[in-house]
Design a protein around this ligand. Structure first.
Ligand code: HEC
Ligand code: HEC
Length: 434
């Protein structure tokens, strides 16, 4: 509140100066303007409740000294470029976590050129990540399907058919990790309270929880992972070829090995191993724990002070049903998590459907057999910093992202299109302030 008052008085002060200047220039017609003398040395009013500024990449404010030290060591691991002698490869898409999480700072999102493919070999329905079996995770540049870099051959092309059997693939664009550690602290019950898999209330929205992995999913564009450890060991192995042993593990799947074809991604819950000549595990428990702590302890994005348009936009956002999925706040053991997501997956229609489903297909009222069109409600905190948008980065702007909503999101998209240009701009302005 005090900030606003200070700003207002500053504006009044400048307005008075402007008035004085104008009256001095106006010699011919001088009605004397009485301007109150500005206080030559105003006492700064101390803000009784200052909002500390949180920059992207900062640690959470509630960390202990020890946790902060772990976070700082983890940051060094996150930006570390692994070398072949340290276990990079044999196949890899990137040499560091921050290769893909760099925008605007380490921990952030990635440009389109960092996209990678998740691919599945077989016949429809294509399923990624069948428990215990390897599924390739390969990088994507342009329109061709590329194999990962290899230490021997650099980048090679893999066919769209292998032995007359098709390869299906989807792209993924890097998403930020700011605040995502808090998703671990939201209880299953809180998430499930918003699920409506059979659309019992008939509102056309049937979000469901993803239980395909071990535990109720929260992370990734399909909410396919339940914890940060999994979402650290999986990219370490799939994207960088760095093998590791579980720290706490998340139980569940049993490894059948990743196979000779490619580095598999099936079982990062189990110890991972590769054959690049560097003894496994290629990262120590200490370094891995630090790396997990970095993602876990990154502070959530801070809202900007709303202007009138953003305030109006927030109301319209709720009125047209965006908050049915982008729930403003979920309760956690550390208080409200204002991420504008329900952490559920929704069928977003043919507009956003991919080719590859994730995990075991589950029955949902809208699409009984597949998860190809189902996506986790993208958290909207910090959204203005992380273009391009949607799971594969196909939407260059916030407006494009909204206009591509289909399936369960169609009604609110249609409602958005029916708004006046000013109301639409208000919503965009609101999003820019998150
Ligand atoms: C080749 C690019 C790439 C690299 C390298 C990479 N990531 Fe990611 N990361 C992504 C993408 C893309 C996603 C979204 C995945 C999805 O769509 O399911 C993601 C998602 C995540 C998430 C989940 C965030 C959320 O809100 O659900 C975490 C945590 C994460 N990455 C951590 C890491 C760590 C730690 C490393 C290094 C070991 C790493 N990433 C390396 C591309 C990458
Ligand atoms: C049925 C649930 C649902 C509703 C209703 C909904 N969204 Fe979404 N929204 C999603 C999902 C799921 C995604 C992620 C889709 C993807 O990754 O392909 C998303 C993504 C977005 C994104 C892109 C974020 C990013 O980081 O990529 C924006 C912006 C957005 N929604 C805004 C809106 C607005 C504005 C409305 C109301 C007009 C709305 N959404 C209504 C489910 C919904």
């Amino acid at each position: 509140m005090h900030r606003l008052i200070i700003k207002t008085s500053a504006v009044a002060f400048f307005a008075s100066i402007a008035l004085v200047t104008t009256s001095c220039e106006n010699h011919s017609n001088p009605p004397p303007v009485v301007v109150p003398e500005p206080d030559p040395d105003p006492e700064p009013v101390p803000d009784p409740d200052p909002i500390p500024v949180v920059n992207p990449g900062d640690p959470r404010a509630d960390l202990t000294t020890e946790e902060l030290a772990t976070f700082n060591r983890g940051r060094a691991m996150f930006v570390k470029r692994f070398k072949p002698s340290e276990g990079l490869g044999p196949l890899y898409n990137a040499t560091s976590c921050s290769s893909c999480h760099s925008k605007p700072v380490p921990g952030g999102a990635s440009e389109l050129y960092r996209n990678f493919y998740v691919a599945s070999w077989g016949f429809p329905p294509f399923v990624f990540n069948l428990p215990g079996l390897p599924s390739p995770v390969v990088p994507a540049f342009g329109s061709t399907i590329n194999a990962p870099f290899s230490l021997q051959n650099g980048r090679t092309i893999i066919p769209e058919m292998i032995a007359t059997v098709p390869v299906a693939s989807d792209q993924r664009n890097g998403i930020p990790v700011f605040g995502t550690g808090l998703f671990e602290l939201i209880s299953d019950a809180t998430i499930l309270a918003n699920a409506d898999p059979d659309d019992a209330d008939g509102d056309g929205i049937s979000g469901r929880a993803n239980n395909d992995g071990a535990g109720l999913g929260r992370f990734g564009s399909k909410a396919q992972a339940n914890n940060i450890e999994l979402f650290t060991r999986a990219p370490l192995f799939n994207q960088m070829g760095i093998s590791s042993n579980p720290v706490q593990g998340s139980a569940g799947t049993v490894s059948f090995g990743h196979g000779a074809l490619m580095q598999g991604s099936a079982t990062p819950n189990a110890p991972t191993a590769d054959n690049d000549g560097v003894p496994d595990p290629e990262i120590s428990t200490q370094d891995l724990s630090d790396l997990i702590a970095f993602s876990r302890f990154l502070a959530q994005p801070q809202k900007k002070v709303f202007n009138n348009a953003a305030t109006r936009g927030e109301q319209t956002f709720a009125q047209i049903g965006c908050t049915a999925c982008h729930i403003p706040s979920l309760e956690s053991s550390k208080g409200p998590v204002e991420a504008f997501t329900d952490l559920l997956i929704h069928n977003m229609g043919s507009e956003l459907a991919g080719q590859v489903s994730f995990g075991t297909p589950q029955v949902s009222s809208i699409d009984p057999v597949t998860t190809e069109a189902e996506w986790r409600t993208a958290p909207l905190w910090g959204v203005s910093n992380i273009a391009p948008y949607l799971h594969d980065g196909r939407a260059p702007t916030l407006l494009d992202a909204i206009l591509m909503h289909g399936g369960e999101g169609e009604a609110s998209r249609v409602a958005f299109q029916a708004l006046s240009p000013v109301e639409q701009e208000d919503i965009l302005e609101f999003l820019r302030h998150l």
